[in-house]
Design a protein. Structure first.
Length: 160
């Protein structure tokens, strides 16, 4: 997995300690209603498509870039599905990361779904009723993208 230079610089200071980073995710839904997923090279698990924002990058630009880089598909972000906090993840190299992810529903407008970089082992569209095993938070993002409605966010915790 390529690690952005700004994350490398942070890792040089904090080691494997938790980094809290902004990310984006594109739920790409084609005209047949199928969802584009990729099988991650680092874990072998199927996942939604996304990644980190580069410093100064707009989230909508980042999601277009991430989808293109990972799958070869050109997309247009149509709406914000929601804003989500990911679970804390420990990567295979021991790095700990957690993100706040802005999720966009995207429409494919060009390109061909394929493995387009070293982050993916497979790339393909799935019917919503035939999704492979996914992390629960990834499945929730897909459900929200398909279901429409207002943008999702977790309600504020009760304060005492």
């Amino acid at each position: 997995m390529p690690i952005p230079d700004f994350v490398k610089a942070l890792r040089a200071r904090v080691g494997n300690d938790l980094l809290f980073l902004p990310g984006v995710c594109g739920i790409v839904i084609d005209d047949a209603g199928r969802v584009l997923l990729h099988r991650r090279a680092d874990t072998g698990a199927w996942a939604v498509i996304g990644g980190l924002l580069d410093p100064g990058e707009e989230p909508a630009d980042a999601v277009v870039r991430e989808v293109r880089e990972e799958t070869g598909v050109e997309v247009v972000p149509e709406r914000i599905v929601g804003v989500y906090r990911t679970p804390r993840v420990v990567l295979p190299n021991g790095d700990q990361v957690q993100s706040v992810v802005t999720v966009f529903r995207c429409r494919p407008v060009g390109g061909e779904a394929r493995v387009n970089d070293d982050e993916s082992l497979e790339v393909r569209y799935f019917s919503p009723d035939e999704l492979p095993p996914l992390r629960p938070d990834h499945r929730l993002r897909i459900e929200h993208a398909i279901g429409g409605g207002p943008a999702f966010f977790a309600p504020p915790a009760a304060r005492q």
